[in-house]
Design a protein around this ligand. Structure first.
Ligand SMILES: Nc1ncnc2c1ncn2[C@@H]1O[C@H](COP(=O)(O)OP(=O)(O)OP(=O)(O)O)[C@@H](O)[C@H]1O
Length: 320
């Protein structure tokens, strides 16, 4: 996997971070960095230690080991100096619940020297529709949008977004992505955690994959795809109506296409991934072999491996 040496100008540098709960290292020597003008995505299975790491960067938790620097400062001891320069969107919103939505945003904006235009921000995140609703009555997605607005209204230099588009409808998600791209273009260091691989693939300049409290892979999406053990081989994906005899399918392909190597795996019930040197003949051979097995193909697509494929290969398929 590509190694990562933090650039001198990194806005966020986490070095050998350790955080222990009840004698268990939930963050266990984690290194990552995030640069200004880039979107850095932190990915990992449930419980991998992403939120704990981000909360150490936000100064909400104190490390048990290692160092964290945000804009060259310690997020815990320099919290007062960092507050006007860092925007934070917590996973649970973390908003006061008794105030009206827009009133809350105006109040947050008033705490900064040169805030964004609240009306414009409210417009682009669709906050006007629930401007006078109290925060406790907002839907999950509305609360997320308000939390995002509060995180960016002060024109921060660094923004931490913990699962920013979780629970949002597709329209809101696109509005969030546009805003994140704009922040990047303005030179902001955006650090986000997400479980949405397409979100990371679309937005992230740099990805850190975390598992068991450590970064197990880092790089740009093309670097991660290229560094993948199986290589960025094109794949055929088939959705089928019955069980496939994958050994028979592999044997059929290697016999029909001499000199090639194939790997067939079931990715989900009813979905198989066939990896190998894909060609028009190979696609025909896959469908012929499935016809031999009396398996009807409901959908077939040919494509490269995705970040999700790489993620699953790195972190496994078992539930956490
Ligand atoms: N205050 C706490 N006390 C005890 N254990 C904690 C505490 N906070 C987090 N943990 C544990 O630390 C581990 C990492 O949690 P964390 O929230 O950082 O994971 P995550 O990668 O953000 O997961 P998710 O994707 O589910 O949000 C989990 O096993 C969690 O139960």
């Amino acid at each position: 996997m590509p190694t990562t040496v933090p650039p001198v100008e990194a806005a966020v540098v986490v070095h050998r971070l350790r955080k222990t709960y009840g004698g268990r290292d939930v963050v266990d020597g984690l290194d990552l960095h995030a640069a200004a003008g880039e979107v850095t995505a932190v990915l990992g299975p449930n419980g991998a230690g992403k939120t704990t790491t981000v909360e150490c960067c936000e100064g909400l938790r104190s490390p048990d080991g290692g160092t964290v620097r945000v804009l060259g400062l310690d997020p815990v001891t320099d919290a007062v100096r960092l507050r006007p320069r860092v925007g934070v969107m917590l996973q649970d919103g973390g908003l006061p619940t008794g105030v009206r939505a827009l009133e809350m945003l105006r109040h947050v904006a008033a705490m900064y020297a040169a805030p964004r235009d609240v009306g414009e921000l409210a417009e682009r995140l669709g906050l006007h529709a629930f401007a006078r609703t109290t925060v406790r009555r907002l839907s999950g997605g509305q609360r997320q949008r308000l939390a995002l607005a509060a995180a960016v209204v002060g024109r921060p230099e660094v923004v931490f977004l913990d699962e920013p588009s979780a629970g949002m409808d597709p329209q809101s998600r696109h509005a969030v992505w546009d805003l994140v791209r704009e922040l990047r273009a303005d030179g902001v260091a955006v650090v986000l955690t997400t479980h949405l691989m397409d979100e990371a693939e679309d937005l992230a300049d740099r990805v850190h994959v975390v598992d068991h409290g450590r970064v197990i892979a880092s790089g740009s999406v093309p670097e991660l795809l290229a560094a993948d053990a199986d290589g960025p081989a094109p794949t055929v994906r088939v959705d089928v109506t019955a069980e496939v005899d994958d050994a028979a399918l592999t044997a059929h392909l290697t016999t029909t296409l001499p000199g090639t190597t194939w790997h067939v795996s079931r990715t989900d019930p009813g979905t198989y991934q066939v990896s190998g040197p894909t060609s028009p003949t190979a696609v025909a051979a896959v469908t012929a072999a499935l016809a031999d097995q009396d398996v009807l193909v409901r959908r077939l697509s040919v494509g490269r491996r995705t970040l999700e494929d790489v993620f699953l290969d790195l972190t496994g398929r078992h539930l956490r």
